[in-house]
Ligand binder design. Sequence first.
Ligand code: NAD
Length: 283
Amino acid sequence: MILDGKAVAETVKADVATRVAALNQRGVSVGLATVLVGDDPASHVYVRSKRRTAEATGINSFHHELPANTPQRDIEALIEQLNADPAVDGILVQLPLPHGLDSDRITELIDPSKDADGLHPFNLGLLVLGRDGLTPCTPTGVLRILEHYGIEISGKNVVIVGRSFLVGRPQALLMIQKGADATVTIAHSRTNDLAAVCRGADIIVAAVGVPKLIGAGHVSPGAVVIDVGINRTDDGLVGDVDFDAVQDIVSAITPVPGGVGPMTVAMLMHNTVTAAEWRAAGG
Ligand code: NAD
């Protein structure tokens, strides 16, 4: 089975649009501010797609594009202005920022209640504690895909390959929450015999950034494979999984593109409308 992230993302976006419309009916608008610094082509593509999706779901998009040599203090001043702006419910600073800028400091300046990316240390802390907060978009999107297709993770062995703060770590935290109840192993660049570790998995989440790292020797028959990787190669966009080599062994797999990528954008809108609802409720 091919897990169609694009189709699942459409259902998330439809839900977001309904919630935005309900807020609008109460006189509450929903706004997402995007901040793009420098001229990294991939970042421009991602931000364009996020702005378009915001507009398609009824979310007002406020875009701020700054040159690569913008001083740190100017970006910080912009974040403070967006924090104070009642029209802005979500703030997204597209990472990575150009060399020389302190992205940790900039991320930490975002009001956690407007942290549409779910990457503020406060929100990551809530995730560790198992309390409600805005959760990182990509790993939350992975869970949504599994839920959508009725793939149970409770009690299952999940191997997450990659320990980044953006994907691997929060993915593990989300999957061990009460109610999700997976048994999680996090593998990384220092893991011994990655293939053997992965063969023990009912579900593999690959978030590595190495094209086609996960091959036929890494998967057990019937495993579910979620490929988070997006690698630009001469052959176009390629995941971290060798799709052709594993597709006949596994029971379900996400393609690249059209798998996790669209979910990340959809979950950003989900976080933005959630933030707006909390604000409207006085939270
Ligand atoms: P990262 O570079 O921050 O982390 C990669 C992780 O992989 C590290 O923890 C490292 O220990 C591990 N790793 C590296 N080589 C390994 C190896 N040979 N064996 C085992 N583990 C290894 O990357 P990231 O930000 O987590 O992104 C990972 C991939 O996911 C990239 O391709 C990125 O483009 C993609 N990504 C996709 C989305 C999406 O929306 N689909 C979102 C974020 C990231």
